[in-house]
Design a protein around this ligand. Structure first.
Ligand SMILES: Nc1ncnc2c1ncn2[C@@H]1O[C@H](COP(=O)(O)OP(=O)(O)OP(=O)(O)O)[C@@H](O)[C@H]1O
Length: 748
């Protein structure tokens, strides 16, 4: 510098610009130094702040929080998706998946751009960029991009498909412009199998998984709607004219095609073969838009019959897999002749589908399902109780912008339809069976009710009868008591009569007469405790059993009789009978015993005459009358032996005795008149007293006892009596005043 200054001083004019430059550079250096200092300061600050542990901790905390929030977000968004799906299911909306195919070779060659854009931040949404750069947003249940393969598509479809195994009807259909990939999505290719094949494969897979709980049978049908005609694709119609198939409404309200082939399938290979053969038969043709354009709507129906092995519940559900013919602009695809006609039919049926969708979306009362075969066929799948999924297929090409917007608008409307929640489909045959069972149950219930009523009325009748029986028993007891008393009185009277008549001159004859009289009394009055044999059970009373045979009372044995009558009488008594047995039989009936009490017959009369039973005698002569002073045959003014002998001499005892009996007839008829209750109970028309008057012989001692001696009476008393107001009522109704005058003990 000093040299320079010296040079400058020596040659000032030349050195000045150089100096100026140096000064400038020096200034620049100074500035740079300052800047450097500043930057150095800054650098110092940054490096010194990092080691600060607080900052590091905060950073760590923030990063942890960020991770947590990310996890939460992912969880929340999956939950939201799930909830959304549930809401969709509850509302019964038709789900819509959008699939966009890639640009094909022709489109790329023609320099077509993609008009469809996707925003990664917005799930299941796409934007269509119009020629004026305006964007239209569409949202669907899922959006598949061109790079999404068949597997990805089926992964989303699977949950709906498998619900057919749970008994739900399912319908999946592909809609869109021609050449957008409907057939590719539904059928696929051998390398890229579509929804149809994968669905059936999944159904077999799931049914195997559930083999322990459920048993499934799968059937496949395939048909097409071509030019508004239904054709069975599983029937090879090359050799014979196609059978005309029509849609019929079944009793359950579902649409059926009678005569449609239903092939049972046992594995995926069977299905694949069927699908291939069906596709071969399907009507296809070449158009400018698609070399292999489908000219018909193809419908594949999988019928699943399920049986729950645990509770036996059966289901029958259908899965419809529909590949619609492509919507096309006739002018644009340049068709004519047969292709034009096909296109018109296709457009007409798709337009009918549009009308149905509009009616369903706006919830109008009338939905025009029958305007086309396609909508008629899918009636229960579009607005019914099934799960419906629609694939809207679109092309990304700018050339197809108009059709793409049309298809997406249509799909958005479909998505807005609320068809109501899906219902499980029970097997109708099974339902019919259950209906029949319910009817049978109702019928059985009615019968049971009738039987119950009958039982109730029988119980009432039984109770009434029991009441009648009790009344009769009481009456019988009264009668027995009464008769016992009468017998006592009679015995006394006869003893008195005997005493009065016991003044004959001869002691021997007196004694024999006395004995005879006593015997008469004893034998005319049978033991007061009659053997049960003497009491016949009352007919009509079911609880009276026939009595066991009882032995003869001892005094009735021939030995006793012998002692009572004297040995000389015995040969006469037994003369009429050949054996002892026969003699015994003579004494068995009470009335026959009268023969034994008769006084000795006159010598002229034969033994057979003496033993001849006079049946009426026992009745007429032995009945005592307690409260009357009517004389018995012994109680006459004539001496006893005279009276007796004269009576027996007459030989018409019955006639005479009937006269004696006459005055008492009224009383007897009163006593033994048919009791209305008993007659009613037994259904008898004959008075009981006429049939059986055995109670007349009851001994007073026993008769006065409260315990009934008749075994039938015991049986009646043992029977449990159930008291009820109804019974009391019936008692009141049946209670009739006794024909017998009520007697006090003193009166007796
Ligand atoms: N997602 C895709 N990825 C690859 N190729 C596709 C895709 N979608 C469609 N294609 C191809 O596009 C062509 C037309 O597809 P497809 O025949 O399935 O259309 P389409 O909608 O059924 O037509 P059309 O209504 O005329 O029957 C086919 O060659 C098919 O392989």
């Amino acid at each position: 510098m000093s040299n320079g200054t010296q040079d400058a001083s020596t040659d000032q004019g030349q050195t000045l610009p150089i100096l100026q430059k140096v000064i400038d550079l020096s200034t620049k250096i100074q500035d740079l130094k300052k800047e450097h200092a500043i930057l150095s300061d800054q650098v110092k600050l940054t490096t010194s702040s990092f080691p600060d542990p607080e900052v590091l901790n905060t950073l760590q905390l923030l990063s942890t929080e960020h991770e947590l929030l990310m996890k939460k977000y992912i969880k929340e968004s999956s939950e939201r998706k799930q909830l959304y799906n549930e809401v969709i299911e509850l509302k019964g909306n038709i789900r819509v998946f959008c699939r966009c195919r890639p640009l094909n070779q022709n489109e790329i060659a023609n320099g077509c751009n993609s008009v469809i854009e996707y925003d990664s931040s917005l799930d299941n949404e796409l934007q269509v960029v119009s020629s004026d750069s305006s964007r239209k947003h569409f949202k669907f249940d899922h959006v598949f991009r061109p790079e999404d393969n068949q597997e990805a598509v089926f992964a989303e479809t699977k949950p709906i498909v498998t619900s057919v195994l749970d008994g739900f009807n399912v319908c999946i259909f592909a809609y869109g412009q021609t050449g957008t990939g409907k057939t590719f999505t539904m059928e696929g290719t051998t390398e890229n199998r579509g929804v149809n094949y994968r669905t059936v494969e999944e159904l077999f897979h799931k049914s195997e998984e559930r083999a322990g709980i459920m048993r499934y049978e799968l059937f496949v049908s395939m048909l097409e709607v071509y030019n508004e005609k239904i054709r069975d694709l599983l029937v090879d119609g090359s050799n014979q004219p196609a059978k005309k198939l029509e849609i019929k409404q079944a009793a359950e309200g579902t649409q059926e095609v009678p005569g449609l082939v239903e092939a049972r399938v046992f594995g995926t290979e069977d299905v694949w073969e069927l699908l291939k053969s069906g596709s071969r038969v399907r009507s296809v043709g070449s158009t400018s838009a698609n070399e292999m354009s489908s000219r018909s709507h193809c419908l594949l129906r999988v019928t699943v019959k399920g049986e729950n092995l645990i509770n036996g519940q059966r289901t029958k559900s259908h899965l419809w897999l529909v590949d619609l013919a492509g919507s096309e602009r006739v002018g644009r695809i340049e068709v004519e002749g047969e292709r034009l006609k096909e296109s018109q039919f296709i457009n007409k049926s798709l337009s009918a589908l549009g009308d149905v969708i509009s009616a369903l979306a706006s919830k109008t009362a009338h939905v025009p399902y029958r305007n086309s075969k396609l909508t008629h066929m899918l009636q229960s799948s579009l607005g019914g109780d099934c799960k419906t999924l629609m694939f809207v297929q679109v092309s990304p090409s700018s050339l197809d912008l108009g059709e793409t917007l049309c298809s997406l608008n249509f799909a958005s409307r479909v998505r807005g339809i609320e068809s109501g929640p899906a219902r499980k489909q029970a097997d109708h045959a099974e339902l019919f069976k259950y209906k029949q069972m319910a009817e049978k149950y109702k019928h059985d219930e009615k019968e049971t009710k009738k039987l119950q009523d009958t039982v109730q009325s029988l119980q009432l009748r039984l109770a009434a009868r029991e009441h009648i029986c009790r009344n009769l028993q009481e009456k019988v007891r009264d009668l027995e008591n009464q008769l016992g008393e009468e017998r006592k009185t009679r015995l006394k009277q006869e003893t008195r009569a005997f005493t009065a008549a016991s003044a004959p001159p001869s002691a021997l004859s007196s004694l024999s007469l006395k004995q005879a009289a006593q015997k008469t009394v004893m034998e005319k009055k049978p033991p007061l405790a009659p053997s049960s044999k003497l009491r016949l059970p009352l007919r009509g009373l079911t609880n009276l059993l026939p009595p066991p045979p009882s032995p003869l009372p001892k005094q009735w044995e021939s030995g006793s009789i012998a002692s009572a009558y004297g040995k000389e009488n015995i040969p006469k008594m037994t003369a009429g009978s050949t054996t002892t047995k026969n003699t015994r039989s003579l004494f068995q009936p009470r009335r026959i015993s009268i023969a034994a009490v008769r006084p000795r017959p006159p010598p002229s009369s034969t033994a057979s005459q003496a033993l001849k039973p006079r049946r009426r005698v026992s009745i007429a002569t032995l009945r005592p009358e307690s409260n009357s002073h009517m004389s018995t045959p012994l109680h006459t003014s004539a001496p006893l032996h005279t009276s007796a002998s004269s009576r027996f001499k007459n030989g018409s005892v019955a006639g005479r005795l009937s006269m004696v009996r006459d005055p008492r007839k009224a009383r007897y008829s009163r006593l033994f008149s048919p009791l209305p209750e008993l007659m009613k109970a037994t259904g008898e028309t004959t008075p009981i007293a006429v049939r059986s008057s055995k109670f007349m012989g009851s001994p007073p001692a026993i008769a006065s006892s409260n315990l009934p001696r008749h075994h039938g009476v015991i049986a009646l008393q043992r029977k449990t009596v159930v008291w009820s107001p109804l019974k009391l009522r019936s008692m009141k109704v049946n209670r009739r005043p006794s024909l017998l005058p009520s007697r006090s003990s003193t009166e007796i």
